[in-house]
Structures are given as structure tokens and as C-alpha cells.
Design a binder for this molecule. Structure first.
Ligand code: NAP
Length: 248
């Protein structure tokens, strides 16, 4: 018996990095896991195949979660197929870093729309079945940047701080329907997103992390799996930092 046996989960940005690790962890615990990707079709199909090999069902949906109708369409397809949705993980995200002096309107809009508006787009469609079921878990992947800020990431930090406000507001709106809404704030995780950092930047980061190392995607996924399970039924509106102690 798994912690999430036969639960139906949707993970945005499940083709790579943290989202991929979350999708696999939820499937390991027994859930059927649908993923959304934007461009990495081959990687997304690999994740879906990996989940199916575990005896769970999985579909990789191509779509841009920043576009309302595309996000709604994907959620609707999952609900038509399974007649329910138990777990939503809003994980899809991008960075377009730069000092504000040099940041273009396109850099701002791209990050805000992909990281924050997408959360509105997907969640709005997902809460309807959850409210009918009178149960559901929504987990938003924010960032420590949204809590402490980061020079060169005004757009990204604003999007992630926005996710935290969204999480707390929705937790208050949906608590009476037995829907828990929480956020996970990773620190520095080894994925494609952070691969572009220089050795010098990594060295500086390691110095400010009490545990003196970066995280593996699986270390974020384990916390998400816990929040998605009934072990976390009395936790809502929280932001759990998984950051080696950076924020305390
Ligand atoms: P990643 O390796 O770059 O993967 C990003 C994922 O998001 C990919 O699956 C990508 O799809 C998907 N995606 C991006 N834009 C999308 C869109 N418009 N529509 C649908 N899917 C989209 O990133 P990651 O490092 O795993 O980060 C995952 C989340 O954790 C992000 O929200 C990020 O902000 C957050 N986070 C990461 C770190 C870190 O250190 N890595 C730290 C704190 C927070 P494709 O594969 O198709 O491109």
C-alpha cells in the first residue's frame, strides 16, 4: 500500500528537474500522475513511460501554462478521464535574470506570466473538481528568492512572492472544503535552471548554505509527496523551505 494509492495528480513542468522528480515520487507512492510540459516532448514522454512502468497511469500534456485556455484545457482533460483530481503541483517556472536597469518588459512579463499567472490559470480549473470531492492538495513550488529577494531576480522573486500570497489566500478560501494549499520553497537545486551558474557563483552560494551543499531534485520531491499525503491533512497555508538552512 502506498501513501497515495490511486490518487490522481497533475504536475506542471514535469518533464525535467524538480517537476520530474516530483512526478516520479508521487507515482512511487501509488498515484496516477499526469504531467505538463512546454517544449521537452522527448523528456516528458520518458517520464510518462517511467511512471507507467511502475503500474500507474500517466499522460504527458503539451501546453503553455501561462495561457489560460491551454491550462484549463489540460485540467479539463484530466478530470474528464479520471472524474477527479486529488493533487495539483504548480511547478512550471522559468528565470530571465538581470538587473532591473537592464530588464526588458518582455523579461518581466515572461517570468510573471509563466511563474505566477500560470498558477491562477491551472488552479482555477483544478479547484472545481476538488470542491465537489471535498478534498484536494495543492502544492505550489515557490523559491527562497520570493522570501528574501535576490539581486538580478526582481521579476523572478516577485513572481515567487506572489505565489506565496496566492497560497495563503487560497488556503483560507478552501480550508472549509478540506482542500490544503501549501508552498514549498527550494533553495539551490541542481537542475537545468541552475546549470548556467558559474563555479564562482556556486562557491559563493555554498558559503551561505548552512548544510554547505546544493539540493538534489529528489530532496524537494520528498517534501511535496509528504504534503500531498494524508499525513499532512492538518497543514495548510504554509511555506516549507527546503534550502539547507538558508532561510531561518
Ligand atoms: P527546469 O529544470 O528548468 O524545468 C522547468 C520545467 O517547467 C520544465 O518541465 C519546463 O517544460 C516547464 N515549463 C516552463 N515553462 C512552461 C510553460 N510555460 N508551460 C508549461 N511548462 C513549462 O526547472 P527546475 O529547476 O526544475 O524548477 C522547477 C520549479 O522550481 C520552478 O518553478 C523553479 O522556479 C523552482 N525552483 C527551482 C530552484 C532551483 O534551484 N532549480 C530553486 C527554487 C525554486 P519543458 O521541459 O517543456 O521546457
Amino acid at each position: 500500500m502506498g501513501l497515495l494509492d490511486d490518487k490522481v495528480a497533475l504536475v506542471t513542468g514535469g518533464s525535467r528537474g524538480i517537476g520530474r522528480a516530483i512526478a516520479v515520487a508521487l507515482a512511487d507512492a501509488g498515484a496516477h500522475v499526469m504531467i505538463v510540459y512546454r517544449r521537452a516532448a522527448e523528456e516528458a514522454e520518458c517520464v510518462a513511460d517511467e511512471i507507467k512502468k511502475k503500474g500507474r497511469s500517466s499522460v504527458a500534456f503539451q501546453g503553455d501554462v501561462a495561457v489560460y485556455i491551454e491550462a484549463k484545457d489540460i485540467v479539463d482533460k484530466v478530470v474528464v478521464q479520471y472524474n477527479r483530481l486529488d493533487i495539483l503541483v504548480n511547478n512550471a517556472g522559468i528565470t530571465k535574470d538581470g538587473l532591473l536597469m537592464r530588464m526588458t518588459e518582455e523579461d518581466w512579463d515572461g517570468v510573471i506570466n509563466t511563474n505566477l499567472k500560470s498558477v491562477f490559470n491551472v488552479t482555477k480549473a483544478a479547484i472545481r473538481p476538488m470542491m465537489t470531492q471535498r478534498s484536494g492538495k495543492i502544492i505550489n513550488i515557490t523559491s527562497v528568492s520570493g522570501i528574501i529577494g535576490n539581486a538580478g531576480q526582481a521579476n523572478y522573486a516577485a513572481s515567487k512572492a506572489g505565489m506565496i500570497g496566492f497560497t495563503k489566500s487560497l488556503a483560507k478560501e478552501l480550508g472549509s472544503r478540506n482542500i490544503q494549499v501549501n508552498a514549498v520553497a527550494p533553495g539551490f537545486v541542481e537542475t537545468d535552471m541552475t546549470a548556467k551558474l558559474t563555479d564562482e557563483q556556486r562557491q559563493k552560494l555554498a558559503e551561505i548554505i548552512p548544510l554547505r551543499r546544493t539540493a538534489k531534485p529528489e530532496e524537494i520531491a520528498g517534501v511535496v509527496r509528504f504534503l500531498a499525503s494524508s499525513d499532512a491533512d492538518y497543514i495548510t497555508g504554509q511555506v516549507i523551505c527546503v534550502d539547507g538552512g538558508m532561510v531561518m
